[in-house]
Design a protein around this ligand. Structure first.
Ligand code: ZN
Length: 549
């Protein structure tokens, strides 16, 4: 497990600088150039040593001898002269033997420098381009072969310190107080610090076992990520019409109809990677994630709806909410400064697009809200808060009012644009309430959750399943024990297992016609990531209630 990570990240992490550098410093030189240079160096050095050392030694000896004789010849007795001459000769000899190694070392250094320089220059021109091209290819090949993720994702996400943030899990009913921004948002769940901490490999493997995942569910996630990687477009995006991707070319049926909504499709594909701990800096899909994020950031710069917007035709605020979640999660997991501004701007756009009267969001900026679009914006604000970005507290308060306006049965059920009790809208409303501070034992929350538990997982409505699964997971207990195996095994069994569609899903989902296979696969994968995607909201707060998680 740990073997791969130290050796691989270097060429992958900064591919471009590495390549540029490669041309200059010629990484392959050690392979051929160094041995040759070393060989020449030592041979040359030796031959020059012999030649120089011999000549110089004799010359010096003669010179010194002559000098001594000339000075002392007539002044002292002959035995003294002889003795002095011998002593001087001994000293000179000593100097000669000391001098040679020094000189030869100098020679070697000089010779070495010349030879190495020549070799590097030669090498640059000949072989570097080939190596250069091969590095990324190897990376792609690796992606295609392996399937089991837990062994690949060895790096732990930066937010992996399980002890780092339990303090933040103070759940309070924020509707009752006008609190400073941070206190208010501390109630938006257990996000600060440990909300994303389950995504690192070691933490994740343990969480999968502990929280009801199986090797089968993890394998399904791995297959799904591979399917997504195979359906990425050359510009880094995904399309709900997945047929346009070069590797698919129509081999998967059930494409979605909202082809204009590339931002939304890209976010829907990126989120399962991020949920599994795969970022642009860690994991085997670094390049895939990097290109996807880059696509979103580039699109954000072209926004016509306001700074930071990823609003688009036919995807509307749905697209923006999904993209904002992806940017905030990627930033929160990597702390990459390049992502900080795009993520923050996407949150600011959510605030500016909120209906100033009702507090909700819908298709157009400032339009009267619907619960479905509201759900994605709140998830984005939550992700932003988890990443320590700024979330406007007034936005949260207004959203709270929106939920009040569409709730029924004191908040146990929620309607689409008015009070009601739709399955999916109730699930969205209840999860939003949990994020906004309702405690686990809050009556309407329990009542609503029990109702959903009675209905059970749907065999086609992944949108409902996505929200309801998270509610059950956060609440835990009997409802979760009942829900999880049914939901998990249904997804594992219904995934396409062979052929080109391997790893994907398609359901008769209410949004399936517009979102197609990308949409269904995105939601199904995220449901199977529930064991580690977000740490349970009530993990710490509920410890006094013998709440096991
Ligand atoms: Zn395909």
């Amino acid at each position: 497990m740990a073997d791969k990570s130290p050796s691989r990240p270097q060429p992958v992490e900064k591919p471009v600088p590495a390549r540029e550098q490669g041309r200059r410093t010629a990484p392959p030189t050690p392979r051929r150039a160094t041995p040759i240079a070393a060989g020449q160096q030592s041979v040359a050095a030796k031959s020059r040593d012999n030649a120089d050392g011999g000549e110089e030694g004799e010359d010096e000896e003669a010179e010194h001898e002559g000098g001594n004789n000339f000075l002392l010849f007539n002044a002292v007795p002959s035995w003294v002269t002889s003795m002095i001459v011998h002593i001087i000769m001994l000293i000179i000899l000593a100097f000669i033997t000391l001098e040679n190694p020094f000189k030869s070392a100098l020679n070697e250094l000089i010779i070495g420098e010349e030879d190495v320089t020549e070799e590097v220059e030669d090498f640059e021109e000949e072989d570097v381009p080939e190596i250069d091209v091969e590095t990324p290819t190897t990376e792609v090949a690796v992606q295609d072969t392996s399937v089991v993720i837990p062994q690949e994702v060895t790096e732990i996400s930066p937010a992996n310190d399980l002890d780092a943030a339990p303090i933040a899990v103070e759940l309070e009913d924020v509707g009752d107080r006008t609190a400073p921004k941070n206190d208010l948002l501390a109630a938006v769940g257990a996000y600060a610090g440990n909300g994303l901490s389950g995504r690192g490999a070691s933490a994740r493997a343990a969480l999968v076992r502990k929280n009801g995942g199986t090797p089968g569910s993890e394998n399904a996630v791995a297959l799904a990520l591979q399917w997504f990687a195979n359906h990425q477009n050359p510009d880094g995006s995904w399309s709900f019409d997945h047929r346009v991707s070069p590797m698919c070319q129509g081999r998967c049926p059930d494409h979605g109809s909202i082809t204009e909504a590339r931002n939304g499709a890209t976010a829907m594909a990126l989120l399962p990677f991020l949920g599994a701990g795969q970022t642009h800096r860690e994991g085997k899909y670094k390049q895939v994630v990097y290109r996807g994020l880059y696509y979103l950031i580039a699109k954000q710069r072209e926004s016509t709806q306001g700074p930071g917007g990823l609003w688009e035709e036919r995807g509307h605020m749905y697209s923006h909410g999904l993209c904002s979640i992806a940017l905030c999660e990627a930033y929160g997991m990597t702390r990459d400064r390049e992502l900080m501004q795009p993520a923050q701007l996407s949150l600011d756009f959510i605030s500016s697009a909120q209906d100033p009267v009702g507090g909700g969001w819908r298709y157009q900026v400032k339009e009267r809200g619907d619960t479905s679009v509201v759900g994605w914006q709140l998830m984005a604000l939550k992700s932003g808060h988890m990443a320590y970005l700024n979330v406007n507290p007034n936005t949260i308060k207004a959203a709270y009012k929106y939920l009040d306006g569409v709730q029924a049965d004191s908040g146990a059920a929620y309607g689409y644009t008015d009070p009601g009790n739709g399955q999916a809208t109730s699930a969205i409303g209840l999860l939003s309430r949990m994020y906004l501070g309702w405690k686990k034992d809050h009556g309407p929350l329990q009542r609503g959750a029990e109702r959903l538990s009675g209905i059970g997982p749907s065999d086609h409505n992944m949108y409902y399943n996505y929200y309801a699964t998270q509610i059950m997971r956060h609440l835990g207990g009997d409802m979760w024990e009942k829900w999880n195996p049914e939901m998990r095994d249904y997804l594992v069994n219904s995934q396409n297992k062979a052929g080109h569609t391997k790893g994907s899903w398609n359901f008769q989902d209410p949004h399936g016609a517009s979102g197609g296979r990308i949409y269904c696969t995105g939601l199904a994968t995220m449901i199977l990531e529930v064991y580690y995607r977000h740490m349970p909201i009530y993990q710490k707060a509920a410890s006094e209630d013998d709440f096991e998680l």
